[in-house]
Design a protein around this ligand. Structure first.
Ligand SMILES: [Ca+2]
Length: 356
């Protein structure tokens, strides 16, 4: 009802009609909450309850634009997740949207996929490593042709995502004149969508306290960073079962593992390469349940240890849909990499999601 009212009002305003008495401004509230029971095999084993996410999204629909602010309010504290205006000029034959503010960086499928839609409790090692927090501040243009079967997304942004480990240290340096540029092109043909993404930028290595940690340089320097990636997705309605959703990505990156401080280069000519990818499958098994599996891979260089950090993570899940807008997921991450502490890295979730 709320959605319908908002869209009627916005459409009427776009068409220049005055015979509709709806206001030309409509507010929508939406979001979801994710309380969960977490299990980690670290140490002697840890079990705890937490609210992983509690999202409140406010959208104001105006004649040619929407304004969106999304907050996350778990027990750890409130953070802003989205804050943007999006202009939608009414054009014939193609779809154009121009974003300005804090929004998702358009790199690959998983970064842009809504957490509310994703059955897997967390993103794979690819998204979590290259774009932790998924969002940055800047401008973004989305162009869709042929009823959006061909889509181009192009963004210029500061260069640090919301959960970038070096975000506080990057803040003064990423005000430099070189903004990161990220682009994604996708083509949809029937049940298949294929895409390619790239991101490029220059950054300055912050000078951390050299006296506190002799491993960190006490001078700052400029360095380049980039990532390129490809994605493929297949959706198919399996008779008598429901939707099959199979998708995967592969990305190669340099100096772009934002998740960890030790992935900032130590020398100007250093190249810390990352190879990351995953394949994921989810299948509805009728009205009430579903199942999914995802195999993720990450290889990144670790200069301090003079080696590579390799992760192979198999996530398996069972999902139940007891009511409209309610999803219950039991999931487990098995770490399969060849490491001494591999058993300690296993972790599990029993997560409820209720959307509104
Ligand atoms: Ca920069």
């Amino acid at each position: 009802m709320r959605d319908a009212d908002g869209r009627v009002a916005a459409t009427a305003a776009r068409d220049g009609r005055t015979d509709v008495v709806e206001p030309d401004r409509a507010f929508e509230l939406s979001g979801y909450i994710q309380p969960e029971l977490r299990v980690a095999a670290a140490g002697d084993g840890q079990v705890w309850f937490q609210v992983r996410r509690a999202r409140l999204k406010v959208s104001a629909r105006l004649a040619l634009a929407d304004v969106v602010v999304q907050l996350d309010a778990p027990e750890a504290g409130v953070t802003v997740r989205d804050a943007y205006a999006v202009l939608r000029p009414p054009l014939e034959g193609f779809h154009l949207a121009v974003f300005a503010g804090l929004f998702k960086v358009p790199f690959g499928y998983e970064v842009l996929q809504s957490t509310g839609d994703r059955w897997f409790p967390e993103r794979s090692v690819l998204g979590a490593t290259l774009f932790p927090g998924e969002r940055d501040v800047g401008v973004r243009v989305d162009l869709g042709l042929l009823e959006r079967r061909l889509r181009l997304q192009l963004a210029a942004h500061n260069g640090f995502t919301l959960d970038d480990a070096a975000r506080p240290a990057r803040r003064p340096f990423e005000l430099d004149t070189s903004k990161d540029v990220t682009a994604r092109l996708t083509v949809t043909a029937g049940p298949l969508t294929a895409g390619a993404s790239g991101t490029w930028g220059r950054s300055t290595r912050p000078a951390f306290d050299h006296d506190a940690d002799p491993m960190t340089p006490d001078v700052s320097f400029d360095y380049g960073r980039f990532a390129i990636g490809g994605e493929l997705r297949l959706r198919h309605a399996v008779p008598s079962l429901g939707e099959l959703d199979a998708y995967g990505e592969l990305a190669y990156a340099r100096n772009l593992a934002r998740r960890a401080l030790d992935q900032l280069p130590v020398r100007a000519d250093e190249a810390l390469d990352v190879l990351a990818g995953y394949v994921a499958v989810t299948q509805r098994l009728g009205r009430w349940v579903g199942a999914g599996a995802r195999l993720g891979y990450l290889s990144r260089e670790r200069p301090a240890a003079a080696g590579t950090d390799e992760r192979i993570v198999l996530c398996m899940l069972l999902a139940a849909f007891p009511a409209e807008a309610v999803r219950l997921v039991a999931a487990f991450d098995w770490h399969l990499e060849d490491a001494d502490d591999v058993a300690e890295r296993h972790e599990g979730w029993l997560r409820l999601q209720v959307s509104y």
